[in-house]
Design a binder for this molecule. Structure first.
Ligand code: HEM
Length: 156
Protein backbone atom coordinates (compact mmCIF):
# COMPACT_ATOMS: atom_id res chain seq x y z
CA UNK A 1 0.00 0.00 0.00
CA UNK A 2 2.87 2.37 0.81
CA UNK A 3 4.23 2.04 -2.73
CA UNK A 4 0.82 2.81 -4.23
CA UNK A 5 0.36 5.87 -2.02
CA UNK A 6 3.85 7.14 -2.83
CA UNK A 7 3.16 6.73 -6.57
CA UNK A 8 -0.15 8.55 -6.15
CA UNK A 9 1.60 11.33 -4.18
CA UNK A 10 4.09 11.65 -7.04
CA UNK A 11 1.41 11.75 -9.78
CA UNK A 12 -0.93 14.10 -7.92
CA UNK A 13 1.91 16.63 -7.83
CA UNK A 14 1.49 17.04 -11.62
CA UNK A 15 -2.29 17.34 -11.41
CA UNK A 16 -1.94 19.93 -8.67
CA UNK A 17 0.65 21.91 -10.65
CA UNK A 18 -1.56 21.94 -13.76
CA UNK A 19 -4.64 23.00 -11.77
CA UNK A 20 -2.65 25.69 -9.96
CA UNK A 21 -1.40 27.11 -13.26
CA UNK A 22 -4.96 27.09 -14.58
CA UNK A 23 -6.23 28.82 -11.42
CA UNK A 24 -3.49 31.46 -11.75
CA UNK A 25 -4.36 32.01 -15.41
CA UNK A 26 -8.08 32.36 -14.60
CA UNK A 27 -7.40 34.73 -11.69
CA UNK A 28 -5.08 36.85 -13.81
CA UNK A 29 -7.34 37.07 -16.85
CA UNK A 30 -10.38 37.73 -14.64
CA UNK A 31 -8.60 40.54 -12.82
CA UNK A 32 -7.05 42.02 -15.99
CA UNK A 33 -10.25 41.92 -18.08
CA UNK A 34 -12.53 42.89 -15.16
CA UNK A 35 -14.59 39.74 -15.60
CA UNK A 36 -17.50 38.55 -13.47
CA UNK A 37 -16.38 35.75 -11.14
CA UNK A 38 -18.00 32.68 -12.73
CA UNK A 39 -19.04 29.20 -11.51
CA UNK A 40 -16.28 27.89 -13.83
CA UNK A 41 -13.66 29.93 -11.95
CA UNK A 42 -14.99 28.63 -8.65
CA UNK A 43 -14.93 25.04 -9.90
CA UNK A 44 -11.31 25.31 -11.06
CA UNK A 45 -10.31 26.72 -7.67
CA UNK A 46 -12.28 23.94 -5.95
CA UNK A 47 -10.52 21.18 -7.94
CA UNK A 48 -7.19 22.78 -7.05
CA UNK A 49 -8.22 22.69 -3.39
CA UNK A 50 -9.25 19.04 -3.62
CA UNK A 51 -5.98 18.00 -5.31
CA UNK A 52 -3.98 19.91 -2.66
CA UNK A 53 -5.92 18.42 0.27
CA UNK A 54 -5.69 14.89 -1.11
CA UNK A 55 -1.93 15.15 -1.48
CA UNK A 56 -1.73 16.67 1.99
CA UNK A 57 -3.51 13.64 3.48
CA UNK A 58 -1.33 11.16 1.59
CA UNK A 59 1.74 13.19 2.61
CA UNK A 60 0.72 13.07 6.28
CA UNK A 61 0.47 9.29 6.06
CA UNK A 62 3.88 8.96 4.34
CA UNK A 63 5.41 11.34 6.88
CA UNK A 64 4.31 9.22 9.85
CA UNK A 65 3.98 5.66 8.58
CA UNK A 66 5.64 5.58 5.13
CA UNK A 67 8.89 3.69 4.52
CA UNK A 68 10.88 6.60 6.03
CA UNK A 69 8.05 7.67 8.35
CA UNK A 70 8.86 9.36 11.65
CA UNK A 71 7.02 6.62 13.54
CA UNK A 72 8.57 3.89 11.39
CA UNK A 73 12.31 4.48 11.45
CA UNK A 74 14.63 5.87 14.14
CA UNK A 75 15.93 9.44 13.93
CA UNK A 76 19.48 9.70 12.54
CA UNK A 77 22.15 9.50 15.29
CA UNK A 78 23.73 12.79 14.16
CA UNK A 79 20.38 14.61 14.64
CA UNK A 80 17.63 15.48 12.17
CA UNK A 81 19.03 18.88 11.22
CA UNK A 82 22.44 17.38 10.35
CA UNK A 83 21.00 14.86 7.91
CA UNK A 84 19.97 16.59 4.70
CA UNK A 85 17.60 13.73 3.83
CA UNK A 86 15.73 13.76 7.15
CA UNK A 87 15.73 17.55 7.40
CA UNK A 88 14.10 17.73 3.99
CA UNK A 89 11.52 14.93 4.22
CA UNK A 90 10.70 15.28 7.92
CA UNK A 91 10.67 19.08 8.24
CA UNK A 92 11.20 21.29 5.16
CA UNK A 93 8.99 19.45 2.65
CA UNK A 94 6.02 18.97 5.03
CA UNK A 95 6.23 22.53 6.44
CA UNK A 96 6.37 24.26 3.05
CA UNK A 97 3.68 22.02 1.57
CA UNK A 98 1.36 22.60 4.54
CA UNK A 99 1.84 26.37 4.13
CA UNK A 100 1.04 26.13 0.43
CA UNK A 101 -2.11 24.11 1.14
CA UNK A 102 -3.18 26.79 3.65
CA UNK A 103 -2.78 29.43 0.94
CA UNK A 104 -4.79 27.39 -1.57
CA UNK A 105 -7.49 26.94 1.09
CA UNK A 106 -7.56 30.68 1.78
CA UNK A 107 -7.89 31.35 -1.97
CA UNK A 108 -10.92 29.09 -2.15
CA UNK A 109 -12.44 30.82 0.87
CA UNK A 110 -12.01 34.15 -0.92
CA UNK A 111 -14.01 32.68 -3.84
CA UNK A 112 -16.90 31.89 -1.49
CA UNK A 113 -16.96 35.28 0.26
CA UNK A 114 -19.15 38.23 -0.69
CA UNK A 115 -16.48 40.46 -2.10
CA UNK A 116 -16.13 42.49 -5.30
CA UNK A 117 -15.09 40.15 -8.14
CA UNK A 118 -11.90 42.14 -8.80
CA UNK A 119 -10.88 41.61 -5.15
CA UNK A 120 -11.56 37.87 -5.42
CA UNK A 121 -9.39 37.61 -8.53
CA UNK A 122 -6.59 39.75 -7.09
CA UNK A 123 -6.42 37.93 -3.75
CA UNK A 124 -6.72 34.51 -5.39
CA UNK A 125 -3.97 35.43 -7.84
CA UNK A 126 -1.43 36.29 -5.14
CA UNK A 127 -2.30 33.37 -2.90
CA UNK A 128 -2.01 30.89 -5.79
CA UNK A 129 1.28 32.40 -7.01
CA UNK A 130 2.87 32.19 -3.56
CA UNK A 131 1.52 28.64 -3.09
CA UNK A 132 3.00 27.65 -6.46
CA UNK A 133 6.40 29.09 -5.56
CA UNK A 134 6.43 27.20 -2.25
CA UNK A 135 5.49 23.96 -3.99
CA UNK A 136 8.14 24.40 -6.69
CA UNK A 137 10.80 24.98 -4.03
CA UNK A 138 9.66 22.06 -1.86
CA UNK A 139 9.31 19.36 -4.52
CA UNK A 140 12.16 16.80 -4.45
CA UNK A 141 12.98 17.31 -8.15
CA UNK A 142 15.20 14.57 -9.68
CA UNK A 143 18.13 16.99 -10.11
CA UNK A 144 18.30 17.84 -6.39
CA UNK A 145 21.24 16.36 -4.48
CA UNK A 146 20.54 13.70 -1.84
CA UNK A 147 16.77 14.19 -1.95
CA UNK A 148 16.00 13.93 -5.70
CA UNK A 149 13.03 11.74 -6.66
CA UNK A 150 11.74 10.59 -10.08
CA UNK A 151 9.68 12.79 -12.42
CA UNK A 152 7.05 10.05 -12.54
CA UNK A 153 6.39 6.82 -10.59
CA UNK A 154 8.59 3.94 -11.75
CA UNK A 155 11.19 6.18 -13.40
CA UNK A 156 13.83 6.02 -10.70
C1 HEM B 1 0.47 19.10 -1.09
C2 HEM B 1 1.53 19.22 -1.83
C3 HEM B 1 2.61 18.16 -1.93
C4 HEM B 1 3.29 17.84 -3.07
C5 HEM B 1 3.10 18.46 -4.44
C6 HEM B 1 4.25 16.80 -2.72
C7 HEM B 1 5.12 16.22 -3.61
C8 HEM B 1 5.95 15.15 -3.31
C9 HEM B 1 6.74 14.42 -4.28
C10 HEM B 1 6.78 14.73 -5.78
C11 HEM B 1 7.39 13.43 -3.61
C12 HEM B 1 8.32 12.37 -4.21
C13 HEM B 1 7.49 11.14 -4.54
C14 HEM B 1 8.31 9.96 -5.04
O1 HEM B 1 9.34 9.65 -4.43
O2 HEM B 1 7.91 9.35 -6.06
C15 HEM B 1 7.05 13.55 -2.21
C16 HEM B 1 7.52 12.72 -1.21
C17 HEM B 1 7.16 12.83 0.11
N1 HEM B 1 6.26 13.71 0.64
FE1 HEM B 1 5.20 15.11 -0.34
N2 HEM B 1 4.15 16.53 -1.37
C18 HEM B 1 3.16 17.34 -0.85
C19 HEM B 1 2.75 17.39 0.48
C20 HEM B 1 3.32 16.65 1.50
C21 HEM B 1 2.99 16.81 2.90
C22 HEM B 1 2.00 17.84 3.46
C23 HEM B 1 3.74 15.90 3.58
C24 HEM B 1 3.83 15.61 5.06
C25 HEM B 1 3.05 16.08 5.99
C26 HEM B 1 4.54 15.17 2.61
C27 HEM B 1 5.42 14.16 2.91
C28 HEM B 1 6.20 13.50 2.00
C29 HEM B 1 7.12 12.43 2.37
C30 HEM B 1 7.38 11.88 3.79
C31 HEM B 1 7.72 11.99 1.17
C32 HEM B 1 8.76 10.86 1.03
C33 HEM B 1 8.02 9.54 1.09
C34 HEM B 1 8.90 8.34 0.81
O3 HEM B 1 9.89 8.45 0.11
O4 HEM B 1 8.54 7.25 1.27
N3 HEM B 1 4.26 15.66 1.36
N4 HEM B 1 6.16 14.60 -2.05
Amino acid sequence: MDKGLLDLHNLLRWILLILLLLSIYKAYSGWKNKKVFSPGDRKTWLFTLIAAHTNLLIGLYLWLWGRFGMLKIPAPPEGVTKSKFHLFFWIEHPAMMILSVIMITLAYRVAKKTLPDSTKYARGLWLFIVALLFILVAIPWPFRHDIGRPWLPGMG
